[in-house]
Design a protein around this ligand. Structure first.
Ligand SMILES: [Zn+2]
Length: 444
């Protein structure tokens, strides 16, 4: 079955940044067969795009889906105050709540053009099972790709950590459960729909031993490694006090930096840290809205890009960015870069590239993130005939600068996940209703 999407502005996000303003995209068996302009190739079916913009499906590189249950809390707190208020609430998470939360967060992301989602789950109250499985099930039902993490916390308050003791786990239990999930759920190779990453939470909630053993395990199994890093000034002071090192020095000592690692936030990296990230090919998940919401600062993304650091975008959890919209995050990345470095600090196309090709690179995926022959057919179709894009002769810049937008069509592996601005395989209103029922259990 060959399907031709024609008459659109195709943004390939290939290495050269090729765009086809009157272009077409040929999809065959879930894979991009060809992309171009001019004479249309033969196909079994032709879909008219009517001038819409087509981009690769957006890639989210940092999230905590369960946090959709606890939005708009701790409204004036910094990271540590916010966490201290929320940890006890999150201790109520179970598989039913996780499933409702994941469906909500994944639906929001899909409707914002996001086809691949990384979720950093690290809250595993003792005795609660099926949390990661619930997320993967939700992703399968909605139709997006998921990279789920078996995160962890083992440094409780009584040992100098931030989380309450009842939320930390034993190292052996963490590693055994990680192995179980990898064996059950992890897919390797091109087109993977579900993968598992190893993701201890942060320097202030995980022991040195668990950080080291997590890396050793991930590398033995060929899995990606992820953690939060250098999110706030307070975290740096905490690391200096606890470990006598800055967050990046600490990770370096642990042998963590490398091409299989990406870190969320990295708001506070020095020039030397940036050079170390570039030299080691360590990636960054840039989460501008969350960083602004918690007053954490603004990551120097222009400097990261100039140094050659891999950078993708993340909406971060819905308790610190109540809007899980990745196209909005593309715009935020542009705005905060310009707030730091002036109007030329980041172009609209560079921002879009962070949200597509950049995110794929951060997740270690070479099968998604651009529209080129042989890549998976994951793409977003954005209408250009609505109110917001009137007068924008450059619809690609217009799309980014006037974001957010609801995607018109989202295709994953050649199949529609969103069509006409609505989920194809799930009912948005039903998801929202079921989520409200679960969220009531977390009300204070
Ligand atoms: Zn986070």
């Amino acid at each position: 079955m060959k399907r031709l999407y024609a008459g659109g502005w195709i943004v390939t996000c290939d290495e050269a940044g090729t765009e086809h303003p009157a272009g077409w995209l040929l999809v065959e068996g879930g894979v991009v067969g060809a992309v171009g302009t001019g004479d249309e190739p033969d196909a079994d079916e032709r879909v008219e795009l009517s001038g819409a913009v087509v981009t690769p499906g957006l890639v989210n590189t940092h999230h905590h889906l369960y946090q959709t249950l606890t939005r708009a809390r701790a409204q004036q707190e910094n990271l540590f105050g916010w966490l201290r208020e929320l940890y006890p609430v999150w201790a109520g998470i179970d598989a039913e709540a996780e499933y409702a939360a994941a469906r909500t967060g994944l639906a929001e992301l899909a409707l914002s053009g996001c086809s691949t989602v990384f979720d950093h789950h690290y809250v595993f109250p003792r005795g609660r099972t099926g949390l990661v499985e619930a997320e993967v099930q939700a992703a399968r039902e909605i139709g997006v790709r998921i990279v789920a993490s078996r995160g962890s916390m083992d440094l409780g308050a009584s040992d100098g950590g931030l989380p309450p003791d009842e939320l930390v786990e034993d190292i052996d239990a963490v590693l055994a459960d990680t192995e179980r999930l990898v064996d059950e759920l992890h897919e390797a190779g091109p087109g993977a729909r579900a993968q598992i990453a190893v993701a201890p939470c942060s320097p202030f909630s995980v022991t040195k031993r668990l950080m080291a053993e997590s890396a050793e395990y991930a590398r033995r199994r060929g899995l990606s490694l992820h953690t939060h890093l250098a999110e706030t000034i307070e975290e740096e002071a905490y690391c200096m006090e606890l470990y006598g090192a800055t967050p990046v020095e600490y990770l370096t000592d642990l042998g963590w930096l490398g091409g299989d690692v990406w870190c969320a936030h990295c708001v506070h990296l020095s020039a030397d840290d940036t050079a170390d990230f570039a030299a080691s090919d360590t990636g960054v998940a840039h989460c501008p809205t969350s960083n602004l919401r918690l007053g954490a600062g603004v990551a120097p993304v222009r400097e990261y890009l100039d140094a050659g650091v891999r950078v993708g975008l993340g909406v971060d959890g819905s308790a610190s960015n109540e809007r899980g919209d990745l196209l909005h995050e593309v715009k935020q990345a542009l705005l905060v870069a310009r707030g730091r470095g002036g109007p030329a600090a980041l172009t609209a196309r560079e921002a879009l590239r962070l949200g597509t090709r950049g995110g794929a690179a951060v997740l270690g995926r070479d099968d998604i993130g651009s529209l080129e022959p042989g890549k998976r057919a994951d793409f977003a179709v954005w209408r250009t005939d609505g109110l917001e894009l009137g007068g924008a002769e450059d619809p690609v810049a217009g799309l980014v600068l006037s974001a957010p937008h609801r995607v018109d069509r989202l295709v994953v592996e050649g199949e529609d996940v969103v069509r006409g601005g609505a989920l194809v395989r799930a009912d948005e209103a039903e998801i929202a209703r079921a989520h409200r029922v679960e969220a009531r259990r977390f009300a204070q």
